[in-house]
Design a protein around this ligand. Structure first.
Ligand code: SF4
Ligand code: SF4
Length: 402
């Protein structure tokens, strides 16, 4: 495993403290506090690395308050790799200042999330409390569950996928199953498979793959994150492309060079489904509808927009599905979902979720597309049942099935 504990001196030296990232940082915008800014966090990481300050509770709180949305990274003229540095700083902190809460968080994302039976149990429990209408009795930190819906899988039959699949396949695709996508978002996987098969790709979901490890990396569970990256690097060997329909996962797969030997090969072959399908539409390998079906609001997940720089693709897919994309947030500020953030920073997560929901209400459309499961759950929780929140690939697949 590559050493990941703490940011490197080269990474720390890259920051010239210009402050251009500050207006893009949600926690700085909310507080106006330098210690809640990217520059403040980087300065603290440097001070800890130099031994000037101890990695104490104040330092832990500074790191924990960061959403890891990487808006600062996208805005930085010095190309400071903030995401990797924060992951390294959290891994270092977990080693030198372990806490019970931190251990539980790392156990959850590093081990338990990979247990399909446990996730199935939790999903059934959430379904039961939703049915009984007692969601409000849950502690506030657990109410993200109100944004969870069991998905109905859209039937393939109308399109006649098999008639459209060329005799010579366009290539092979390994679809990342992900930790929660199979259980909570099966319709997204179904749409992804359907659309890629329609374009002539052989789509497989290798049995021996695991969760991509993004949440483990974000929580500083570096050994588990590296173990998952090594396992998946083997599982995805031999495929032309690796496609993920969760933006947080595709962003992390593109970072595998940092986590596993041979990970660069995974990174080079990884595509978020939105960029992959938008290219197929642009090249005419997939159809674009000329219908006018109304407007759809666009929500940009941070790990699509900031971490991968993918902005046009979801809009192109929405247009190809026959809808007019409507912008809601030119700044692309985080919606507050951010992995487990809602659980340990509920006030800020709520503020950001309410802000995003209000922007959507002001924009008008009752359908919102978002290419990341955590954002979908957060938006549903804040918008309520009269809004439809779906992945752009579902919208496109639905239009093809009309
Ligand atoms: S992270 Fe980048 S944008 Fe922010 S202060 Fe440092 S050099 Fe400037
Ligand atoms: S990752 Fe997001 S919350 Fe964290 S410092 Fe950067 S912009 Fe701020």
């Amino acid at each position: 495993m590559k050493p990941l504990l703490g940011p490197t001196q080269t990474q720390l030296d890259a920051c010239v403290t210009c402050g251009l990232c500050l207006p893009h940082c949600p926690t700085f915008r909310l507080t106006g506090d330098e210690t809640a800014s990217p520059r403040g966090r980087l300065t603290a990481m440097g001070a800890v690395a130099d031994g000037v300050v101890e990695p104490d509770g104040t330092y832990a709180a500074m790191l924990s308050y960061c959403l890891q949305c990487r808006a600062c990274e996208a805005a930085c003229p010095s190309l400071v790799p903030f995401g990797q540095m924060m992951e390294g700083a959290r891994a270092h902190l977990a080693t030198v200042r372990p806490t019970t809460t931190g251990r539980i968080r790392r156990l959850l994302v590093g081990r338990l999330l990979n247990m399909k039976w446990l996730l199935a149990l939790v999903t059934s429990f959430v379904g039961l409390i939703q049915k009984l209408g007692v969601m409000r009795l849950l502690p506030r930190r657990m109410r993200l569950a109100r944004g969870l819906r069991r998905q109905r899988v859209f039937p393939h039959s109308a399109v006649g996928v098999h008639d459209l699949t060329p005799a010579v396949p366009a290539g092979s695709v390994a679809l990342l199953a992900g930790c929660v996508m199979d259980q909570w978002f099966p319709a997204v996987h179904d749409a992804t498979r359907g659309v890629l098969q329609m374009a002539g790709y052989e789509v497989d979901s290798p049995e021996n793959q695991q969760c991509c490890g993004a949440l483990a990396a974000h929580e500083g569970a570096e050994i588990d994150a590296a173990r998952m990256a090594v396992r998946n690097t083997g599982a995805f060997a031999g495929y032309d492309f690796i496609v993920s329909d969760a933006a947080g996962c595709s962003a992390h797969l593109k970072d595998y060079g940092h986590w596993a030997d041979g990970g660069n090969s995974v990174a080079e072959r990884t595509r978020d489904v939105t960029e992959f399908v938008a290219e197929l539409i642009a090249s005419g390998q997939l159809p674009a509808s000329k219908a006018n079906r109304g407007q759809v609001a666009i929500h940009d997940p941070c790990h699509l927009r900031h971490a991968q720089g993918i902005i046009d693709a979801p809009r192109a897919i929405v247009r190809a599905a026959g809808y007019v994309p409507v912008e809601i947030d030119p700044d692309g500020l985080c919606c507050g979902a951010a992995g487990l953030y809602l659980v340990y920073e509920p006030d800020t997560a709520e503020w950001l979720g309410d802000r995003k929901a209000e922007q959507i209400r002001q924009a008008g459309p009752r359908t919102v597309v978002s290419a990341n499961p955590g954002c979908e759950i957060q938006l549903r929780a804040h918008l309520g049942g009269s809004y439809r929140v779906i992945h752009p690939i579902e919208l496109y697949w639905e239009s093809l099935n009309r």
